[in-house]
Design a protein around this ligand. Structure first.
Ligand code: KG4
Ligand code: ZN
Length: 365
């Protein structure tokens, strides 16, 4: 059960730079109720598009150049800030270091307390900020950098139920889009291609479905799709319809695996949280995909579960979620100086088995 914070309302400046978005936000927190006063997000898709994925060195330099701009664009008056919350992991270390140096300087110059925030906690608590959802609930985080089921037991207590053992779904979308020459980021491009495609034409594997538990694997699915593309190339090329059919079949395979595993995880969550409402929430860029959302609904609603999907601007990386997570942590636990050290790997659930999936977008745990 949740505890009640006793402290006064807080005005929090959030700073996020763990992957390829430089973001600053001002969030007001009253109890567990958060209100976004302003936010700016400076993306980097244009800088990485030519590479088909995020290049850590390019990302780090861009963050260092744009952090002050992000705060300026969000029109944040530092005299009205009670707490600075900065992401210190997990993520790409260059970007994390840039924001950490920036936040430390602001904190020291303006005498504002500084708290280090786990990026995954930000994502996991987003439905609390956007929709007022209260723990406990089951969260599926699916993005370019992450893929895991987190049981959000309380605002600062998370249990990881499962995770990817290799790639994230976003990486798989991006890779397939790159192979098909569609561009970057791949998810929305594949989704749009798939609209005119036949999802039943190509039989693709459903990795790890025959294994118990809630872990995912996407690398086999990626390889199987690549093989289909290679066969077309060997035979002289593909038509636009072939390409659309590949996109639709791939997208449906991802959606099917995600939805089936979610049903399995939700059943287990309901079993272990019998006195709580059956709430399921999703976040991360991949959660924008309409086929995935539809498949999730079809598997979760029959269980009597609700499905909360925050608006897309809060599903992807943003500083408002970091401000919120930093605020509730400050109120419930306080500042831990060790958590101001940046780290590429920082599991939310330290009791969960370590995972070694490590793609272009950084650590998955
Ligand atoms: O959450 P996000 O913005 O950043 C990371 O933490 O990575 O997620 C970006 C990822 C990219 O891999 C992108 O291809 C994927 O989310 N994505 C999608 C869609 N929109 C973005 N994947 C599938 N369908 C979409 N509509
Ligand atoms: Zn993220």
């Amino acid at each position: 059960m949740t505890s009640t914070p006793t402290q006064a309302p807080l005005r929090i400046l959030g700073i996020e730079s763990s992957c390829d978005d430089t973001s600053a936000a001002l969030v007001h927190l009253n109890g567990f109720e958060g209100k976004i006063i302003s936010q700016s997000i400076i993306g980097q898709n244009d800088l990485h598009a030519g590479f088909g994925g995020v290049v850590p060195e390019i990302a780090a330099r861009a963050h260092a150049q744009r952090l002050d701009l992000a705060v300026e664009q969000a029109k944040i008056n530092l005299d009205e800030v009670d707490l600075i919350a900065v992401t210190t992991g997990p993520g790409l270390i260059g970007g994390l270091n840039a924001a950490n140096a920036f936040a430390r300087a602001l904190s020291s110059a303006r005498k504002i307390p500084l708290i280090g925030v786990n990026h995954l906690a930000g994502h996991a608590l987003t439905p609390c900020l956007s929709d007022g959802l209260e723990p406990p609930f089951l969260m599926l985080l699916v993005s370019g950098g992450h893929c895991q089921f987190l049981a959000v037991e309380d605002y600062n207590h998370f249990t990881r139920m499962g995770s990817t053992i290799d790639d994230s779904p976003g990486e798989a979308f991006d890779k397939i889009a790159k192979i098909l020459g569609l561009g970057y980021p791949g998810g929305p491009l594949i989704e749009s291609e798939a609209k005119t495609g036949d999802a039943t034409r190509f039989k693709l594997p459903r990795p790890l479905m025959d294994r118990e538990g809630y872990d995912f694997s996407f690398s086999g699915l990626k390889t199987a799709t690549r093989r289909i593309v290679d066969e077309f190339i060997t035979k002289g090329g593909m038509t636009l319809q072939d390409r659309a059919d590949i996109c639709a079949s791939f997208q449906f395979a991802v959606a099917d695996v995600i939805a089936q595993k979610s049903e399995r995880a939700m059943r287990a969550f309901i079993e272990t949280h019998q006195n709580a409402p059956s709430n399921f929430a999703v976040a991360g860029g991949v959660a924008a995909n309409q086929t995935i959302r539809k498949e999730l609904e079809s598997k979760l609603l029959p269980l009597g579960a609700t499905l909360t999907a925050p608006p897309l601007s809060l599903c992807t990386d943003n500083a408002a979620m970091i401000a919120y997570a930093g605020g509730v942590k400050f109120q419930q636990i306080g500042i831990n100086p060790d958590e101001l050290l940046t780290r590429s790997r920082w599991p939310l659930d330290i009791n969960a088995t370590p995972l070694f999936g490590y793609g272009k977008r950084g650590a998955k745990a």
